[in-house]
Design a binder for this molecule. Structure first.
Ligand code: FES
Length: 116
């Protein structure tokens, strides 16, 4: 396990099989609100649940491939990098995920790391 992973708190988010494909699920943990997605490829992605443009709720967006379209003004966001795709700009925070024993976990930075 890397040092970066050591500083994460892994929080149970959902059973993998119960996550609908290409549909966002909102997960809350302390002050964080995350949009969790199970993609058609089988991978799981987690990003901050707010669009950097005007706070659209990304868990309600339409997923296409590795991207989600913000439901408010249709900006396209890469679910791996968090980057808003051109011609728009911006970035959404991403979170580590892992699948273990049929469950999906999201890695949240420890409080000390958030402050820094
Ligand atoms: S709030 Fe997301 S595109 Fe405007």
């Amino acid at each position: 396990m890397s040092l970066a992973q050591d500083s994460l708190v892994w929080v149970w988010a959902a059973l993998y099989e119960e996550l609908p494909v290409n549909t966002g699920k909102t997960i809350r943990y302390q002050d964080d609100e995350v949009a969790l997605f199970r993609l058609g490829s089988g991978s799981v992605k987690a990003i901050r649940n707010r669009c950097p443009h005007k706070d659209g709720v990304l868990a309600e967006g339409i997923v296409c491939g590795e991207h989600v379209f913000c439901p408010m003004h249709d900006r396209r966001i890469n679910l791996s990098s968090g980057l808003v795709q051109t011609p728009d700009t911006g970035c959404v925070r991403t979170y580590a995920t892992k699948i273990q024993d049929g469950a999906v976990y999201i890695g949240f930075p420890t409080s000390a790391e958030k402050v820094g």
